[in-house]
Ligand binder design. Structure first.
Ligand code: CUA
Length: 325
């Protein structure tokens, strides 16, 4: 028996080494590796399920106790069977362990030529900063055909960034930078979701992921670098109100939503929750952006997150609100 034990240990060790060797740096796309990984588990699980179920049904019918039959034979054990059903699962579990480790290693190992983008989650949206200094909100543009590394963090609470099509998901943690990478093999538009419950606006915390052909992407970068500076304040304010997700809670039609409508807001005399009356002038609106829960309008709950915008952006938003008559 001792000899058998050592043969078994040697076989398992050899098998592990073999698995490690084939699990090295092979695939170059984590999405494909995750898919293969999933398929491997699925096939194995389905195979075992089928085998067990078929045998179970067959034996139940074939060897069921018939009328007039006595007790069945007493079988105390079978060494060969014991060895088989110990060794086979051992090999399977080892293979799965090595496979999991290999995919994880690939997922944590970013290719050197990756395009690197910073993404910051906030209540409730995503700030994206590109290496060229461009910023977008709730939109991640990437060049197709090149690995993309995303450095992820959060401004306030826990969020999580998930792009189902690229099979990547990572926690966005305040005060810490996490990362993930993916390889958009062709141009296309996808959705990214926040997958960590983060308050009232959690379900609105979506981002568009746009993979562009290299030429188109380069042109977009060049255009973005010049475009924002050239916008008139009113247009810039409109873009900010849309990009920042303000319209998730404020309508432009005069209708009430989670927050008061922005229609005619500028210059309006407003009753606050604490009974004060104010006029929504430049100062009030700028304060409302920075510390929204200090001067809450009567009839609403203090749920708006604070926005730390540059002063030019605040002015631009006020200019735009002036036009919403
Ligand atoms: Cu951010 Cu959920």
């Amino acid at each position: 028996m001792k000899k058998g034990f050592w043969i078994l240990v040697s076989v398992v060790l050899l098998f592990c080494l073999f698995s490690l060797a084939i699990a090295g740096d092979r695939a170059v796309d984590p999405a494909k590796s995750w898919d293969n990984h999933y398929n491997l588990y699925f096939i194995l699980v389905a195979g075992i399920w089928l085998l067990v179920t078929v045998l179970l049904v067959y034996f139940s019918l074939r060897y069921r106790r018939k009328k007039g039959q006595g007790d069945g034979a007493y079988i105390p054990g079978n060494t060969l069977l014991e060895i088989i059903w110990t060794v086979v699962p051992l090999i399977i579990v080892t293979l799965l362990g090595v496979q999991t480790w290999a995919v994880y290693k690939e997922y944590r190992h970013v290719p050197k030529d990756a395009y690197e983008v910073n993404v910051e989650g906030f209540m409730w949206g995503w700030n994206v900063t590109y290496p060229e200094g461009i910023k977008t909100i709730n939109e991640l543009r990437v060049p197709a055909g090149r690995p993309v590394k995303v450095n992820l963090t959060s401004k306030d609470v826990l969020h999580a960034f998930f792009i189902p099509e690229y099979r990547v998901q990572e926690e966005a943690i305040p005060g810490r930078t996490t990362f993930f990478w993916f390889k958009p093999s062709r141009a296309g538009e996808y959705r990214a979701y926040c997958t960590e419950f983060c308050g009232n606006g959690h379900s609105l915390m979506l981002a568009k992921v746009v993979a562009m052909e290299k030429d188109g992407f380069d042109a977009w970068v060049a255009q973005q670098k010049g475009a924002v500076a050239k916008l008139l304040p009113v247009d810039r304010g409109k873009k900010l109100v849309e990009d920042l997700g303000c319209l998730g809670c404020h309508t432009l039609t005069g209708e009430k939503s989670a927050g008061p409508s922005l229609k005619g807001v500028y210059g309006r005399e407003t009753m606050l929750a604490d009974g004060r009356k104010v006029v929504a002038n430049d100062e009030y609106i700028e304060h409302a952006l920075e510390t929204p829960n200090r001067d809450v309008v009567k009839g609403y709950t203090p749920t708006m997150p604070p926005y730390n915008l540059p002063i030019e952006d605040e002015h631009a938003i006020v200019e735009y609100l002036k036009t919403l008559k």
